[in-house]
Design a protein around this ligand. Structure first.
Ligand code: PEP
Length: 250
């Protein structure tokens, strides 16, 4: 039985003050959360403020992006080691916005997952196809190539600590959601790929769905057998919507 995970990606929204305030609302709204893992990803500048408010609450904090090295000449970057020190226990890597706007590569995602694990962060590895790739019938080829590259540098014990997020690019921030059937089909194919390549963890690794998840579509998506939680963007910025999605995962 896989424990559901609901992750909120706050993207480039909310400075330290507003992010801390949202964290307080969330903490107070989730007084008795024991059936679902919850984690939020504030901007790097807000991690300290959010981690201070969520300390001891059971809600995890993650970093949206890291460099693959711990420190050095890389102006503007943050590292996994520093994120861990600031209070993070999770790492997002391979998000399509990073692939699209910051030229993230498949190999880079694997290197960052490796660096995150070395620092004590649980990586959420994002994979997903564009609309053109879907129309060309390349969904499995693309998502499995991205997943294979992300897991390639990891030891079997490290792979066991990874969470996968299937996020069709055409559904992110567009209001367009994959149907539960479309999502389940890709999740099942990813799990079949895991059975073939990482059989030891194929039944235990969580595969989240992301792409315009809202309170009103969460229940049907999360009811699918291979959908183990959600990576939520826009709706995670509204406490009521986010807690409704968490409730749907219970
Ligand atoms: C995301 O940022 O990962 C995401 C899925 O965004 P949204 O829920 O807004 O589509």
């Amino acid at each position: 039985m896989r424990r559901p995970l609901i992750a909120g990606n706050w993207k480039l929204n909310l400075g330290p003050g507003a992010a801390a305030a949202l964290a307080v609302y969330l903490r107070d709204a989730l007084t008795d959360e024991d059936a679902v893992d919850v984690v939020v990803f504030p901007t790097a500048l807000a991690i300290g403020a959010v981690a201070a408010e969520l300390d001891g609450s059971g809600v995890g904090v993650g970093v949206q992006e890291i460099a693959a090295i711990a420190s050095g000449a890389m102006t503007g970057a943050n590292s996994a080691v520093m994120a861990r020190e600031a209070g993070c226990t999770w790492l997002l890597t391979g998000h399509s916005e990073r692939r699209q706007h910051f030229a993230e590569t498949d190999a880079g995602v694997g290197a960052k997952a490796k660096a995150g694990l070395a620092a004590g962060l649980y990586p959420i590895v994002c994979v997903g196809e564009t609309l053109a790739e879907r129309k060309a019938g390349r969904v499995d080829e693309v998502t499995q190539r991205q997943l294979a590259a992300a897991l390639a540098p990891l030891t079997p014990d490290e792979v066991a600590l990874v969470t996968i997020a299937y996020e069709p690019v055409w559904a992110i921030g567009t209001g367009e959601t994959a149907s539960p059937e479309q999502a389940q089909e890709v999740h099942a194919a990813l799990r079949a790929w895991l059975r073939a390549h990482h059989p030891r963890v194929a039944e235990t690794l969580r595969i989240l769905y992301g792409g315009s998840v809202k309170a009103d579509n969460a229940r049907s998506l999360l009811g699918s057998p291979d959908i183990d939680g959600a990576l939520v963007g826009g709706a995670s910025l509204r406490v009521g919507d986010f807690t409704d999605i968490i409730a749907a995962a219970r």
